[in-house]
Design a protein around this ligand. Structure first.
Ligand SMILES: [Cu+2]
Length: 442
């Protein structure tokens, strides 16, 4: 936030400061104040910040690269125009300024313009718009679908050794991405990881390195938008409409995604992650996702938690593959403990200090390991928030919301006001048992 403000100051104040150079004492005073602020703003633009988590300035795939190239060519063209127009302006201001002893003289004779210059300027503007439009349109078409030349290397059967669903004949790996308030559901129809097959993947996708992946985009409620700044962006997910794009990750690592279309209370908390791995590791991941959830040991705390999961209505919305198969509204929890984040990738299960140190180096290849203590705390905080956890007197322990308006703590049938949620209540012991159970779901 602070850096954004500084950058805003830079863009607005620095030229102003320079302009004031040319004027009277008052303006010179303003200049003296503004220029240093402008230079201060410059210090916000370090390389370290450019390689931040969600920076399109650090492309790691062909699509992000093409979008970055369009952006930079526009920046350079605008810079040239800025220097030409600004230069003429500064020249005019200095050359025709009021000189001592000239006060109250009449202004010089005014002309009515030169048609050749005016037509010339219009033509120049049109030409520069065309110069910008060509690469922009090229990049838009490029994003639309996996390019033909990528298909030979991306043909799924050519590199994926696991079982492919022959009913779904697509030659490249396809992911169906669905936006929901306020999380993402992903499905791999060719690999049996689907909502129908009771194995959808919430919030964290995994894709093989160097392979083009087709993404079908849908929404089940309002308009969302799919964006992984370092890999590609951004295409809207519109209810009742099928959009698509493609992505490719060229460097192994963990990338951060974000919903990029305002979609309600918790829009800013609607994130997701994309892990780019080597193809062999991708196959292993798919296998792990296909396996049903592990059964907790008899009479353990986790087994109590498993029973509570049904008693406390959790199973109504959530699926735990092989144990509770009815819920389809909420994130699939079959492998919830294997994920680096929780609740629309809003809560991070990794040690934040370690991860920030890695991110600051721009090293996407590394990701801090999941910290089980933190993961446990996140689970308890999330489930017990919004007044769900109660003390011995039935009083809520945490009344604050981790995600405002979220559809778990504020579920309303058909969104009708009045048909409001009847929130479950959990005691500390019940919450502990449920968390223990969820921690076994690797
Ligand atoms: Cu959204």
């Amino acid at each position: 936030m602070f850096l954004a403000v500084r950058r805003f100051l830079l863009t607005s104040l620095l030229p102003l400061g320079i302009l004031t150079l040319t004027g009277c004492a008052m303006r010179r005073f303003a200049f003296a104040c503004l220029l240093p602020i402008g230079f201060l703003a410059l210090t916000g633009c370090s390389k370290a910040e450019w390689v931040g988590r969600q920076s399109p300035m650090d492309p790691k795939g062909p699509l992000a690269q093409s979008q970055f190239d369009v952006f930079m060519s526009t920046v350079w063209l605008s810079l040239v125009l800025f220097v030409i127009v600004g230069g003429i302006l500064v020249y005019a201001v200095i050359r025709f300024r009021e000189r001592p002893g000239q006060a109250n003289t009449r202004p010089p004779e005014q002309g009515h313009g030169n048609p050749m210059i005016e037509i010339g300027l219009i033509m120049a503007s049109v030409a520069s718009l065309v110069v910008i439009a060509i690469p922009t349109l090229e990049a838009i078409w490029y994003m639309d679908d996996v390019p033909i030349e990528a298909k030979p290397t991306s043909k799924l059967s050519a590199w994926y050794t696991g079982k492919i669903d022959s009913k779904v004949a697509e030659d490249v790996l396809t992911i169906d991405a669905v936006g929901k308030q306020w999380w993402f559901r992903f499905e791999y129809p060719q690999l049996g990881l689907t909502q129908e097959g009771k194995r959808a993947i919430p919030n964290e996708i995994v894709i093989p390195r160097g392979k083009a992946v087709r993404i079908n985009l849908r929404s089940e409620d309002v308009i969302h938008s799919f964006w992984i700044p370092k890999i590609a962006g951004k295409v809207d997910m519109v209810p009742g409409r099928r959009n698509h794009m493609w992505i490719q990750g060229d460097q192994v690592g963990l990338y951060y995604g974000q919903c990029a279309e305002f979609c309600g209370d918790s829009h800013a908390y609607m994130r997701f992650r994309c892990r780019v791995v080597e193809p062999e590791e991708f196959a292993k991941w798919v296998e792990a996702q296909r396996t049903p959830a592990a059964e907790p040991a008899a009479n353990s705390l986790a087994a109590t938690g498993k029973a509570l999961f049904a008693q406390k209505t959790c199973a109504m919305c959530h699926r735990v593959g092989g144990q509770y198969d009815a819920g389809s509204f909420a994130p699939d929890l079959t492998h919830v403990a294997s994920r680096t984040s929780l609740a629309g990738a809003w809560l991070d299960n990794r040690d934040p200090a370690t991860q920030l140190a890695i991110d600051a180096k721009g090293n996407t290849e590394l990701s801090a390991p999941i910290d089980p203590a933190l993961q446990r705390k996140n689970l308890a905080d999330w489930i017990g928030s919004s007044g769900v956890l109660v003390d011995a007197n039935g009083k809520p322990v945490h009344s604050a919301d981790i995600k405002p308006g979220n559809r778990m703590h504020y579920y309303r049938m058909f969104n009708v006001a009045g048909l409001n949620e009847t929130k479950v209540k959990l005691t500390q012991a019940e919450l502990d048992a449920i968390v223990e159970y969820l921690m076994t779901l690797n």
